[in-house]
Structures are given as C-alpha cells and as structure tokens.
Design a protein around this ligand. Structure first.
Ligand code: UT7
Length: 313
C-alpha cells in the first residue's frame, strides 16, 4: 500500500503589504529587504483567522471529494486561533466533517513536514485512508511591527494537501529531527513561560541563517540517501520560503539549477508552516511540477526543527 497526494489547495489573504509600505512603518528600505531576503511583498490577514485560512485551503484541496469521508485532519501551525480547541477541530467543524481524528502539530516552520510525517505514519499503521494535512499561519499577529529585524520577513496564508491510500507510492521517504538546544535563537514565548505579554517573534537572524543552510542541506542529502535517489532525480526542490539567499545556498550545495527550485517568497514572505504547502500547490497548478515527477520538500524552523520529504506527484 502507498500513500498519494491526490490534490492540493492554498489560500492567501487579499491585503498586500509591500516593502514600500514597510518603509513608512520602520527604518528599512525596499532595497535592504530585497537584497537580504528576496521578499518584495507579503499578504496580511485583516479578518481571516488561521482556521478560516486553513479551511479555505482544505476546501480547495478537497475539490469534489467529500469532506465527510476525511478520517484524519492535521494542522501545522504556530499561530492557532485558540489554545484549544485545536485549529484542526475548528477546520473539521467548518468543513462539516464528524468523527475524523483532528489535532495540531507544533514544529514552527517545519510543521508541515512534521504533519505530513505523522499523517503518513497513521495512515500506514492504523488503516486511515483519507487525510488532510494543512499548514496555516497568521504570523502578522505575533510580529512586533516596530522590530525591523523580524517584521519584514513574515506573511499570512495557508496550504493543504489531501492524501489517500493508493496502489502507487506518492510519499517516498522522510528525514526529520530537532535540536532543542538552539531554542532561544528563534522563539515566541507564551503563557507557560515566565515572560510577559505581548508575545512576539524574536530571532537572532544571522545565527539562524548559518544553521538553517547547513541543516537543510544535510537533511536533504539524508532523505535522498534513504530513498536511493540523487539530486539529479529531483524535478523540483520546494524549500521552506524564509530567505532567497538560504534557498540559493541550498540549491547550489545540492547542485540544482535555478529552474529546478521553486520560489514564491518574493510575493508571500515567510509563511512559516504554510510555506511549503502553498508552494507545492502553486508548483502543481502552474505546471512547474508535473504528474509522475519527484519533488524534494525541505524545511527548517524554530526548535530548531528540520524535515525533508521526497514525494512523487
Ligand atoms: O523561517 C525559519 C527560519 N528563519 C530563517 O531562516 C531566517 C534566517 N535569517 C535571515 O534570513 C537573515 O539573517 C535576516 C534577513 C533576518 C537578516 O539578514 P542578515 O544579512 O543576517 O542581516 P543582520 O541581521 O546581520 O543585520 C545586518 C544589518 C544590521 O545593522 P548593523 O549592525 O550592521 O549596523 C541590522 O541592524 O542590517 C540591519 N537591519 C536592517 N536594516 C534595514 C536588520 N534589519 C533591517 C531592516 N532594514 N529591516
């Protein structure tokens, strides 16, 4: 038995916040942001909650498939609507599903790969045959809009994949891990800590940068080794969309040319757990990734956490 990504969907809020808008909010410039990150604009949710965006992405991924038949809903998010119920339970109610297993996964920007891994494992071992895995974030709510070192980076949005058990294998392998000793370099405290509200994203950007490149390259190479593949077998690298310089460094070290690397961070910034499923959806819809081709997904985030996955679409 295999597991296949049957369909995908994504949702981005309408409001666009450009680098020029940010120039009027903090001491920054379009030139600095584009040169250092590759980001030109990002989407900001004014009214949609994380679960609203997750639901819209899920509905688009489901297409004509019946929401009632979904047996498992996993939402990766660092910005849930509530401590509980989980975002996954909120999505479940909104798509009018009853009875599916539904829970959230917390692994920051690596959350979607963690979610995919958990769903894949449950489907293989517990006889679940239809699942939604969603990455959804509303980082605009946890960004300090006075901190130029972080507020220029993030955006809101959601992406979803619909998985079914299948005769064909669509999920070829994973590499996941974490190293909690780096926790303080990229963090958002919350109510369980001794820190005071408001809770904002804080990051030692340049320290994160170095570890991110090395860790994602190592993880990508490990998943290729586990699946018996080499970079030349990969049609498209879909990396977490944090920084164009990070993406280029990874591609270069894997020996992948620009046309085999998917980038949309210029339009959406870093949407954390939503970045890979949004990119995957766009890659499929635009024909950058075609039926039967292999894609390498690779992510890195707070924790530190990392994850890679090879899929055949
Ligand atoms: O998604 C999870 C993983 N996250 C990441 O992978 C993010 C990794 N880090 C990064 O992407 C980059 O480190 C940043 C884009 C966050 C920063 O780029 P950098 O090249 O590492 O810059 P820096 O932090 O070393 O700062 C360089 C200078 C500093 O000024 P001085 O000390 O050299 O005078 C900063 O104060 O740039 C200054 N700076 C800014 N200047 C204009 C920092 N933010 C800004 C800004 N506009 N927005």
């Amino acid at each position: 038995m295999g597991i296949k990504i049957v369909s995908t969907g994504s949702y981005l809020p309408d409001k666009v916040l450009t680098n020029f808008d940010l120039e009027r909010m903090v001491d920054t410039s379009d030139e600095w942001i584009t040169t250092r990150t590759g980001i030109r604009e990002r989407r900001i949710s004014e009214v949609e909650t994380t679960s609203d965006m997750a639901t819209e992405a899920a509905v688009r991924a489901l297409g004509e498939s019946s929401p009632e038949e979904v047996e498992l809903i996993v939402v990766a998010t660092a910005t849930p609507d509530a401590f509980f119920p989980s975002t996954a339970c909120k999505v479940q109610a909104k798509i009018e599903n009853k009875g599916a297993i539904a829970f959230d996964v917390s692994a920051a920007c690596t959350g979607f790969i963690y979610g995919l891994y958990v769903a894949d494992s449950i489907m293989r071992s517990k006889g679940v045959s239809k699942a939604l895995v969603i990455g959804a974030e509303r980082f605009s709510k946890i960004v300090n809009w006075k901190d130029r070192s972080t507020c220029i980076l993030f955006g809101d949005g959601a992406g979803a994949v619909y998985l079914e058990t299948s005769d064909e294998e669509g999920i070829l392998g994973f590499d996941l891990g974490a190293d909690g000793s780096y926790g303080e370099l990229l963090a958002v405290p919350s109510v369980g800590s001794n820190e005071e509200f408001p809770y904002y994203v804080r990051m030692k950007g340049n320290e994160v940068f170095k570890v991110a490149v090395r860790t994602m390259v190592d993880s990508a190479l490990r998943v290729l080794e586990k699946t018996g593949l080499s970079p030349k077998d990969i049609s498209l690298l879909i990396p977490h969309q944090a920084n164009l310089r990070i993406i280029r460094a990874i591609a270069e070290r894997l020996g992948l040319p620009e046309e085999k690397v998917f980038v949309n961070l210029d339009r959406y910034g870093n949407t954390s757990a939503a970045s890979i499923p949004i990119a995957l959806d766009e890659a499929l819809r635009s024909g950058r990734l075609k039926k039967g081709e292999l894609a390498l997904l690779v992510a890195f985030g707070g924790g530190f956490t990392w994850g890679s996955c090879v899929i055949k679409v």
